[in-house]
Design a protein around this ligand. Sequence first.
Ligand SMILES: *Cc1c(COP(=O)(O)O)cnc(C)c1O
Length: 371
Amino acid sequence: MDTGTESLTCAEIDLGALRTNLRSLRALAGKAEVVGIVKSNAYGHGVDLVVPVLREEGVSLFAVGTVAEGMQLRRLGVTERILVFAAPLPEQLPAYAAQGLEVTVSSVAVAEAVVALGASLRVHVKVDTGMGRIGLQPDEVAESMRLLRATPGIEVAGLWTHFATADDPDTDFAHTQLARFEAVLAEVGEPLPPLHLANTGAVLQFPETVQRRAFVRAGGYLYGMPSSDLVAERTEVQPVMRLVTRVVHLKTVAVGDTVSYGRTWTAEAPTRIATLAVGYGDGYPRQLSNRGEASIGGRRYPIAGRVCMDMTMLDLGLPEGPGASVSVADEAVLFGKGGPSMTEVAAAMGEMAYVLPTGLTARVPRVPVDG
Ligand SMILES: *Cc1c(COP(=O)(O)O)cnc(C)c1O
């Protein structure tokens, strides 16, 4: 931010916090290994920043959302194992083999396509125990497992499932999913492949999903983002991202004056208004219009009017009030240390925390800080 050409809005990435979260997650995981989940640009935090830290810390299995993300990791020099969570199309399987990416066997058809390819592949058989997204039905697993295990070159490196409600205070359905998974294991029989099922919510609520399992797949925990209020209460994870911008303009408006597109905010008293250099073009959501808050100098101010593509206005209050101390070029914290939490900002628009960092656009530089 010194030379005058850098973006005024940036996402600071606290690599020390990332390390702390990884260590605290490892303490909870016991003998299970922590998967380095870096899908969607490391939950928006920047794979190029996050991956080297996780490699340094000895993470041996990474996970991404798509084949393209897996290839990006290979280009970044990742030599460790990489699991792709997506359901593959048969035409993508040769790329998995070429890049050494591990396949999610998401259906009987995918199991058959893997066998037909005749290449050397590591696969993880996914069971749909109730998430209703991808995966074999529980009664299809044992036979596909036999088929895969009988095929030379194929290593079944995982048998896994995913929870729909692990971070919910009502644990009934998670227990149903768990019971369905246990029933599948009984049917498959020994020797079982490595098992993994715990996401962030499950790590915190269901220790039985971690014990005697090969891996935990807790992404939000790593980045210090609670997936729900329940998780927020249960954990002391440190937020890794802090989104900051600068004040670029100040003025006082008169009673009856309006601010921003659509004139959805009207001054009821003389009001000092700060214009910030952030907008939905950065991924700062437009749904925060007249709802969100940001902090300047440790004090919170509400958003006045609609969030624009490149700018957002704050209501600093009466011209002679505490907002009078705000100056042009001051830093404004949109979320993270010194401002509202990611969870609070997301809640203001009826969302969960994950949508904020993953929604940041390429215009926002991710800047490493080591706290
Ligand atoms: C994203 C994802 C996870 C991690 O979920 P968190 O809530 O971030 O812990 C685990 N497993 C799968 C299959 C996922 O897609």
